[in-house]
Design a protein around this ligand. Structure first.
Ligand code: FES
Length: 203
């Protein structure tokens, strides 16, 4: 939410914009060394080509990817092949980053399971969400602007990390691999494919 506010201030102070009709945010993929992957996915599968990890620079890097992949398919030498090769994982710093990234995922997986607020669901304000334990399950509750409650099991249906509330977009987001769910538990962004389980406090 504070990021949207910061943008609003920036737009107002820099361009004098007072009113904005829409706001939008997204996630993006970055690689371990922040350089995109463009080329054959693995040594074993030289005919499966990928182009990813553009880190918000898709409009320019997609052109670069098209040229590199074109040359690869035509068997033409391109001096940038190695730089962007997806199979460049020998360097130690990348391995360290890889390990710390995965340790971070593990940390979220364990810590977030026990991270509960000491709050009663009845105290939830309109347009507010919080984590509760309902019938022994970690649950996420959101009360909309009309006072209607939406309660979901916050266990991500991808690999089981615990979701966190995104108050800017009003979504449940996964800190592990980026899946996102709306307030009724539907997937709005993968890798998760299955919706969240809806919980009912009245049962
Ligand atoms: S565990 Fe949630 S996206 Fe992987």
């Amino acid at each position: 939410m504070q990021h949207y506010e910061a943008l609003r201030h920036f737009a107002k102070n820099t361009f004098g914009i007072e009113q904005y009709l829409y706001r939008w945010s997204t996630q993006d993929l970055s690689t371990l060394d922040n350089v995109p992957y463009i080329g054959p996915m693995t040594k074993k599968h030289p005919n499966i080509l990928i182009a990813t990890g553009f880190k918000k620079w898709g409009m320019t890097t997609s052109h670069l990817a098209a040229m590199l992949l074109r040359d690869y398919i035509l068997g033409k030498r391109n001096s940038y092949n190695e730089l962007f090769s997806p199979i460049r994982f020998e360097a130690a710093p990348m391995v360290r980053t890889f390990l710390s990234t995965n340790l971070d995922v593990a940390k979220h997986f364990v810590k977030d399971k026990f991270d509960l607020q000491n709050q009663n669901i009845c105290e939830l304000q309109k347009d507010e969400a919080a984590i509760f334990r309902i019938k022994g399950k970690r649950a996420g509750a959101y009360k909309d602007k009309n006072g209607k409650l939406f309660i979901v099991d916050t266990t991500c249906t991808h690999l089981g990390c615990e979701l966190q509330w995104n108050s800017g977009d009003r979504t449940w987001d996964c800190p592990c691999h980026g899946s996102r769910f709306n307030i009724t538990g539907e997937v709005i962004e993968g890798p998760a494919k299955q919706p969240l389980t809806i919980l009912n406090i009245e049962e």
